[in-house]
Design a protein around this ligand. Structure first.
Ligand code: 3PG
Ligand code: MG
Length: 386
């Protein structure tokens, strides 16, 4: 078992103190409007705890998007700052006590993990709280640096993520079923290997299923497919009987257009596990979706990460929808990895029906692969000599 990550209760008394708080306010913004503020609402619990315990000031700091180490107005924190003010006011707290620094990635030292930047950030602060689980897989200056200088702890969001995802690795109730989708096997190999040591069943859909199907000798047509991963998929399939791949597919005719915001074209068809030449597989079929739903319904623990098809296109949303509904309905304990699966759940109105919706995309996968993250390890190692 991993050493405990310090939480707010482990901090010295924060009364009268100035707190530096790393958040992951990397929220989607369209035309200056925040379209999903989950990553801002959740850490409010931490901010309010700190203020309720007498903190004089909470200075939050986050990255937003991927500016290239210099100021870029497209990634300004202004819309986030305005919304943070609204959230603090709505919580009945004093907004003058909560600040937000400018985008950390405007300084090249952030992504370089340069401790001189961390040292500047901690200047004038007494304690550090990291609630940025979604960024904890990045060994960036503001993520791993501050615990070297200040007493530090995980905020509520971070602590919950570590507890829930750590629980999946260290004793999930069986049957434990993982459902993985998304486009590339190569992105998920580490997490697949880690999960195969723990799950009873691993259901595979999404673009990545075609490399597994190819490894079984099926034809994949023009579907997403990673030729250099076929041998790896074959080895994984032969390593046991946990992996379950689609037995039917929804496919689109040659040259058909698909995806979000395009004029859809082409003919769709349900086929078995073989994609006809020049056709492209874009969703699991209804038979597979029903099989996956049955397995999910019988599980005591479910982890879902990655859509089953191109759900942004309604013709290829059924597989993801069926899986989302099964995850929402099962009596088992359900954990959904951030990113696209969270977006799918939100689109189907089911985001409130899972036990844990992770705020981390890459971070949750890396945590499940390694059982730890640089930002979490930094909190545990605490203040080392500067
Ligand atoms: C995310 O959105 O996954 C996190 O905020 C991390 O962002 P990054 O992938 O740009 O490091
Ligand atoms: Mg990312």
């Amino acid at each position: 078992m991993m050493e405990k990550t310090p939480t707010l209760e482990d901090l010295p008394d924060v009364g009268g103190k100035s707190v530096l708080m790393r958040t992951d306010y990397n929220v989607p913004i369209v035309d200056g409007r925040i379209t999903d503020d989950l990553r801002m609402r959740l850490p409010m619990e931490t901010i309010i705890w700190l203020l309720d315990h007498g903190a004089r000031r909470v200075t939050t700091a986050s990255h937003l998007g991927r500016p290239k180490g210099k100021p870029d107005p497209r990634f300004s924190m202004e819309p986030v700052r305005a919304h943070l003010r609204e959230l603090v006011e709505a919580a009945g707290a004093d907004p003058s006590k909560v600040e937000l620094l400018e985008n950390l990635r405007f300084d090249p030292r952030e992504e370089a993990g340069d401790l001189s930047f961390a040292k500047e950030l901690v200047e004038g602060h007494d304690v550090f709280v990291n609630d940025a689980f979604g960024a904890a897989h990045r060994a960036h200056a503001s993520v791993v640096g501050p615990p070297r200088f200040l007493p530090s702890a995980a905020g509520r969001v971070m602590a919950r993520e570590v507890e829930v995802l750590g629980g999946l690795l260290e004793g999930a109730k069986r049957p434990f079923v993982a459902v993985l989708g998304g486009s590339k096997v190569s992105d998920k190999l580490g997490v697949i290997e880690s999960l195969l040591k723990r799950v009873d069943t691993l259901l595979v859909g999404g673009g990545m299923c075609f490399t597994f199907l190819a490894a079984q000798g099926h034809s994949v047509g023009e579907s997403l497919f990673e030729a250099d991963q076929v041998d790896t998929c074959r080895r994984l399939l032969e390593s046991g009987d946990q992996i379950q791949v689609p037995s039917d597919l929804t496919v689109l005719s040659p040259g058909g257009r698909f995806g979000a915001g395009v004029q859809p074209s082409g003919e769709t068809r349900q086929v078995g596990a073989d994609v006809p030449d020049e056709w492209i597989g874009l969703d699991i079929g209804p038979g597979t979706a029903a099989e996956f739903a049955d397995v999910i319904g019988a599980a005591a623990t479910v982890l879902w990460n990655g859509p089953m098809g191109v759900f942004e296109d309604p013709r290829f949303a059924a597989g993801t929808r069926t899986v989302a509904e099964a995850v929402a309905a099962t009596r088992g304990f359900t954990v959904v990895g951030g990113g696209d699966s969270a977006a799918a759940l939100a689109e189907f109105g089911l985001a409130g029906d899972v036990d844990h919706l992770s705020t981390g995309g890459g971070a949750s996968l890396e945590f499940l692969e390694h059982g730890d993250l640089p930002g979490v390890a930094a909190l545990r190692s605490g203040m080392v000599a500067t």
